[in-house]
Write a protein that binds this ligand. Structure first.
Ligand SMILES: [Fe+2]
Length: 301
């Protein structure tokens, strides 16, 4: 079990323990651990200081059975490690150092999830650390501006040699591999693919050391359903969106990608593309995991 704050939390394993969860919260709520309305309002109206809050809130906790609370929280976490959630964000320096001051020190950080965490730790001899994980979302890397029209012309020239995708998640899409191709077999087969010097050079600038480029062609109305990328590649993928603005969904986040936008993302997180409004292409570069790359090398030596 750990604790964190809503802004970076997952609704799958996160359990809201604030009096009111955030608007639209889709995860579990465990109101027994929420400070009651009198305590919350008294604190907001400065009737109580943090020492009072700590004392009154512990009176509330002491009415609960920590063993039952522990097992309730695990039952709510859908098989994952439960994360106790409230609103307060730790100070930036704490996220870097991991140093935890006393949760009642208002100059540093004050939140009741750490009071719950420490109550569980001391009652049950467990560890409930704060997690400082950054949201894994999409990282905007820049735009291709000069040369974008040339790149679109190049995309159009691929049409005679692109192939319908084998993936059932993107019916109607066309694709073509460069440098290395992944065959979706078990175990995965990695085959040498076509080389295009210009695309290779662009890929090495945007994602140095990558092993493979997948060229994608979407006609209007075609998208890709929520999926994770193949396990044979490393998680990080760098992609250029070409031809139309598109809606890209990654985890719980939604991004509009512009024509020419370059972005990197964790391809092992669930992601999808809404049906595109106009013809759209993408180039996406990835690294092959060393065990597959080595296997491929021995096959071809
Ligand atoms: Fe993908």
């Amino acid at each position: 079990m750990n604790s964190s704050y809503y802004a970076i939390a997952s609704p799958t394993s996160g359990i809201a323990i604030s009096h009111y969860p955030p608007l639209g919260w889709k995860g579990s709520h465990y109101p027994d651990l929420a400070p009651n309305a009198d305590l919350l309002n008294g604190f907001k109206q400065k009737k109580f200081d943090v020492e009072d809050y700590n004392k009154i809130y512990h009176q509330q906790l002491d009415k609960l059975d920590p063993k039952k609370v522990w097992s309730d929280l695990y039952a709510l976490a859908n098989g994952a490690e439960p994360t106790l959630l409230c609103f307060e964000k730790p100070k930036a320096q704490l996220a870097v150092t991991g140093y935890e001051p006393h949760p009642c020190d208002p100059n540093l950080w004050f939140c009741h999830r750490r009071l719950v965490a420490q109550w569980l730790e001391s009652s049950l001899n467990k560890t409930v650390p704060e997690t400082f994980r950054e949201k894994p979302g999409l990282k905007h890397l820049g735009f291709i501006r000069s040369g974008l029209n040339d790149l679109k012309s190049w995309c159009r020239t691929q049409q005679p040699t692109e192939k319908p995708t084998a993936s059932s998640y993107a019916r109607g899409r066309f694709e073509k591999w460069y440098e290395h191709e992944f065959k979706l077999t078990m175990p995965v087969e990695i085959l040498p693919a076509e080389h295009d010097e210009r695309i290779y050079q662009l890929g090495q600038r945007l994602y140095p050391g990558n092993h493979s480029c997948l060229f994608l062609h979407y006609l209007p109305g075609i998208g890709i359903l929520p999926h994770r990328d193949h396990t044979a590649s490393e998680a990080w993928v760098v992609s250029v969106n070409i031809g139309a603005p598109v809606v890209f969904r990654h985890g719980d986040d939604v991004y509009q990608l512009e024509d020419g936008q370059v972005a990197g993302f964790d391809s092992k997180q669930i992601h999808s593309l809404d049906p595109v409004p106009q013809e759209r292409w993408a180039l996406s570069w990835r690294c092959i995991k060393p065990e597959h790359l080595n296997r491929q090398l021995t096959l071809f030596n």
